[in-house]
Design a protein around this ligand. Structure first.
Ligand SMILES: [Zn+2]
Ligand SMILES: [Zn+2]
Length: 237
C-alpha cells in the first residue's frame, strides 16, 4: 500500500506488473490529484508566458500582455527578463498544495512536480543550458522556514543549481508603485560577479505573480555582468 503525497489516498490501484517488478516508479500522487493540476498550454505571452487565452482582448499588445508591455516600455526595466515560462496555472488545487509545500516544509512535495517540471524545462531550454540560479530567501526567512523551495525546484533540473544570488534581511514589501519598489527595495545582491559575467542565467522560483521579484533579481544579475536572464517557475498566477 502506497499513499498519495497530496491527499494521502491509496495509489496502489494504479500499480501494475511493471511497478511490482521495479520497472518503473509508482506515481507519487493519485490520478485525481494529478488531474486537478492544470498545465499552461497553447499560445503564450511572449515574455511572461501567460496563457494567451487568459489575457483579456483589451490587454493584448501584439504578442505581449499589457503588463509585459509596460515593463518593456520603461527604459529602466526593458529587456531585463528575456522570457518567463511556467508549468501550471494557479488554480485552487495548486494553491492548496503550494501552501502546504511552502509552509509545512514538505520537501517531498517537490517530487510531485519533478516529471512535469523537467519536461517543461526541456521543451523550452533544450539547447544551450543556462546556469540555474534559485531565487534566494533572506537568511532570516531561511531560518524560519528551514528550506528554500526554489532551491528544491532548481535541484530537479539537469545540472547543479548555483546560488549566486543572495537576499538581505531587510524585506520591506510594500504597495508602492513597482518602479519605486524596483529602485528602492531591491534587497537582492550578487556577492561575487565573476561567475555571472557573460553568462545566460535561468532564475528558478515557485511562482510568477507580478514579475517584480524576478525583475529585481534580474536587475542585480545584469548589473553584475550577466549576458541574459530568463526565468522558469512552477506556477503562473
Ligand atoms: Zn491524491
Ligand atoms: Zn506578459
Amino acid at each position: 500500500m502506497k499513499n498519495c503525497l497530496i491527499c494521502h489516498g491509496d495509489v496502489s490501484s494504479s500499480f501494475g506488473w511493471g511497478a511490482f517488478l521495479g520497472l518503473h516508479k509508482p506515481n507519487p500522487v493519485c490520478e485525481e490529484c494529478e488531474r486537478a493540476f492544470q498545465k499552461i498550454t497553447g499560445e503564450l505571452c511572449r515574455i511572461c508566458g501567460r496563457e494567451w487565452e487568459m489575457v483579456a482582448p483589451e490587454n493584448r499588445r501584439k504578442d505581449l500582455c499589457s503588463d509585459c508591455f509596460r515593463w518593456e516600455e520603461d527604459q529602466s526595466t526593458a529587456g531585463l527578463l528575456q522570457q518567463n515560462r511556467s508549468v501550471y496555472h494557479y488554480n485552487d488545487h495548486m494553491k492548496d498544495v503550494l501552501a502546504k509545500y511552502k509552509f509545512r516544509g514538505d520537501a517531498v512535495l517537490a517530487q510531485v512536480f519533478r516529471k512535469a517540471f523537467l519536461q517543461s524545462f526541456e521543451t523550452t531550454w533544450s539547447k544551450n543550458l543556462p546556469i540555474f540560479v534559485p531565487i534566494p530567501l533572506s537568511a532570516d526567512r531561511t531560518y524560519e522556514r528551514g528550506f528554500n523551495q526554489s532551491l528544491f525546484l532548481a535541484e530537479l533540473l539537469p545540472g547543479t543549481p548555483e546560488e549566486l544570488l543572495f537576499k538581505s534581511n531587510s524585506e520591506k514589501q510594500s504597495k508602492k508603485a513597482r518602479k519605486e519598489r524596483m529602485e528602492r527595495e531591491n534587497s537582492f545582491y550578487v556577492p561575487d560577479p565573476e561567475p555571472v559575467k557573460g553568462k545566460s542565467i535561468l532564475l528558478i522560483d515557485d511562482i510568477y505573480t507580478t514579475g517584480t521579484t524576478l525583475r529585481m533579481a534580474a536587475k542585480v544579475l545584469r548589473d553584475a555582468g550577466a549576458k541574459d536572464i530568463s526565468s522558469f517557475t512552477l506556477v503562473r498566477s
